[in-house]
Ligand binder design. Sequence first.
Ligand SMILES: Nc1ncnc2c1ncn2[C@@H]1O[C@H](COP(=O)(O)OP(=O)(O)OP(=O)(O)O)[C@@H](O)[C@H]1O
Length: 261
Amino acid sequence: MSASSLLTARQLEVSIGQTRVVRGLDLQLEPGQSLGVLGRNGSGKTTLLRSLAGLHRPDRGELLLDGHPLQTLDRRHIARRLGMLLQHTNYAFEASCEAIALIGRHPHLGPLATESAEDHALARQALADVGLAELAERSCMDLSGGESRRLALATLLVQDPAIMLLDEPTNHLDPANQVAVLDVVIRRQRQSGRAAILALHDVNLATCYCSHVLMLHGDGEWRCGPTAELLNEAELSRLYGCRVRRVDDGQQQVFAVAGAR
Ligand SMILES: Nc1ncnc2c1ncn2[C@@H]1O[C@H](COP(=O)(O)OP(=O)(O)OP(=O)(O)O)[C@@H](O)[C@H]1O
């Protein structure tokens, strides 16, 4: 294990129901890395992210956060180091968008402390970063799907963990907002000592934004490595079970679905 690793998995085995998610996963997440998790529907991307967050117990193996076994750390400490954007955003009660974003400060506040003016400023900044500055006073119940998604991301930005786990962060977003949101995530991840893991269905976004990728084959098999080495027609066609072609116009290469194998 390198001394700087933020998150380390050693010989990790994760399963859920009938699905073997990973067998013998060895992973080191280093500062500056953005790791894209790719795989078919049901291959276990969400379950793996939940395991890395300490929310789903692995069958075997070790998980270390900053070199310490994850299960020995208390949740408040974990929440200051690691935060997760869930796949679905549902708000169950009325609160302003600013109040929801402020929830991200909770792991950083003492038990009886209330949010300071500085905390409110952080929440307003995060809302601005995701393009929701105008909606700070709006109820979270009155947002569109894409706005709800961006509010959840703002809350994570306010939490400001060293490791961001993002489960399909571009769900519900139009193409311009997909790029805007990933720009915000990657800008934050590139700040010193930070890293991100993103479950994605869009291979081309992974090509643009991820330094590394982890492919889950849905039967415990996995492949992990630098994006430029691992993302190719053969690997992607096998991963998704359909023919994927690489198209290069001289400026950019994109992967396109070419139909059945
Ligand atoms: N609590 C549970 N009990 C049993 N099986 C479950 C449970 N939760 C999820 N599963 C199953 O485990 C498998 C992996 O689910 P998971 O949500 O991790 O996959 P995913 O790769 O994130 O899928 P998607 O791309 O569709 O979001 C799926 O087949 C799912 O139906």
